[in-house]
Unconditional design. Structure first.
Length: 129
């Protein structure tokens, strides 16, 4: 059987400097890498809300490139550098998912690779095959 594995790279978001793909699609499932708050020119909002919206918009772009969208997300992993941002993260998160259609989710606090980066989000979603 031939592999259906496809690398997904969106030209509409920040291009990584490290060896990773924005996402990998196999069949009708897409695994989206940890998405960071960097803009196309590596700029980053100084506040949590700005970074959270940037990450969610980037996730949506990668999912679109893979033939999916936020409504088809099954699992989300959120990494916060400050657990004190948890309540604000939930307030913003609700704006991107329909009430009653929330994905399964894990949220953890951990240091991240770049100074000033306050969060990173990865997900797994159903997509067109």
């Amino acid at each position: 059987m031939a592999s259906t594995r496809k690398i997904i790279m969106s030209k509409k978001i920040h291009q990584p400097r490290v060896p990773l793909s924005h996402a990998v699609k196999i069949g009708n499932v897409v695994w989206v890498s940890g998405t960071t708050p960097f803009g196309p020119n590596r700029e980053m909002a100084p506040d949590f809300a700005g970074q959270m919206h940037s990450v969610m918009k980037s996730l949506a772009e990668v999912l679109k490139e893979a033939g999916s969208d936020l409504e088809r997300v099954a699992k989300v992993n959120v990494i916060l550098t400050r657990i004190s941002d948890f309540a604000e993260m939930n307030t913003i998160y609700r704006q991107y998912f329909k009430e009653g259609n929330y994905p399964a989710r894990t949220t953890v606090e951990a240091p991240l690779a770049a100074d000033g980066m306050l969060l990173e989000i990865e997900c797994v979603a159903e997509c067109d095959g």
